[in-house]
Write a protein that binds this ligand. Sequence first.
Ligand SMILES: Cc1ncc(COP(=O)(O)O)c(C=O)c1O
Length: 464
Amino acid sequence: MSHQSPVEPMQESQVTSQSPVTYHKVSDQFKVPHSSEPPAVNMMTDNGNKFKVANRVSTFGTNLWAEFSSLANEHKATNIGQGFPDFPVPEFLQEEVRKAVAKPSANWYTRAQGHPRLVKVLSEEFSPMIGREIDPMSEIITTVGAYESIFCTINAFVDSGDEVIIIEPHFDCYKDDMIISGGKLVRVPLRPQGDGSLAKNWVLDPTEFEGAFTSRTKAVILTTPHNPVGKMFTQKELEYVASVCKRKDVLVISDEVYERVTFDDNKHVRICSLPGMWDRTITVGSAGKTFSVTGWKIGWAFGASHLITQLNHVASCSTFSAPTILQEAVAGAFEYERTVKDSDESYFKWLPAKLQDNCKKLADAFSSIGMTPVWPDGGYFMLVDTSPMHWDFSADNTGREHDVDCVKWLTREFKLATIPTSVFYCDDHKDLGSQYIRVCCAKSDATIDAACAIVRGLSKKSHC
Ligand SMILES: Cc1ncc(COP(=O)(O)O)c(C=O)c1O
């Protein structure tokens, strides 16, 4: 799709000395010049520039997803980069949408803090998992995707000057939400220990982690299963994080959108269920990831009511409520899943098995040409170490990180779209990620097979 303005902006070269009106660049996109009239607003002074972007968002550049998805589209590449499942929506989910549309009240606005049927189902689903009764009406909020839950959490609790600790590499939206809140992100990178080809060996250094806390620290953001590393924090690791957060008296924002995708014998542990953590943890989830329907954009957060109430204040003045039909359908999907629990019909049984199988196929393909996959504990993603290939892009002179050049080259020359890992780090730490590319295993058989065939055709000599 074109992002061009319908009115072509005036080119610099068209502004001649005869031109009676000189327009500010931004306003050019909205104006057709008319020689006999002065501009209604003097665009040449800062005060008069009504089109100047607000300061708090002025540092936002091109969104990384826009950059890499348009590259993938341009080259019609097999896309194993972005985290959208491209396999068909199962019949039971389609049926839930049909039933929802046919129900008159599901087409109306619903309760702002969450559609009653969905919050009830979420409470029934998660209460046994965390060993306490979650009050559906005061301790859960549903939102437009997990994105909105994270946005509301950060903007409800983080003031200008507050600090929030984040574990790197990290999902990008935390950073942008923090910019809007005026808070400061303090990054602590995961460090591969010993065999870095296992995600579980990417760990926090306690000295670095505890050294990141100051008197301004308000919260810690955790992601488990992790995007992009695929690490699932173990009970022991979470007990450690919890003990530090209690000692430092901070909030925990636990992003658990990939909770249903666990590989091998790994067990998903929820930090909110550890002793003393309920009152200080906001747990975020996503129906998009849970049922592989990322376009539905239904998310939720749960936690103590004094926390969730604050999220609701932010949500009420932005989206007010998430779409009723889709909340209704997600509730129906959870209810259906209960009736087939543990059977071969279970979606929650099929999904992790399928994604693990896909991951294994991709890992085998990359290994066969000498690249080193970082085997994930769970989640949608796997990192692949490109350094054994000794591909050298220095002659291209792009000035970008190695992984960015590598991803662009794979997309352009081999029609294989992946995502560079350095984009999940701050400028100071980009080197930690620049030898890795991220691939997504939540893809159809056709996409996985096509990607594996391309990978097997690459060689060390492909670029040197
Ligand atoms: C770690 C993480 N959190 C949150 C989200 C956003 O989830 P949703 O699509 O439900 O907004 C994503 C999406 O990729 C993600 O990777």
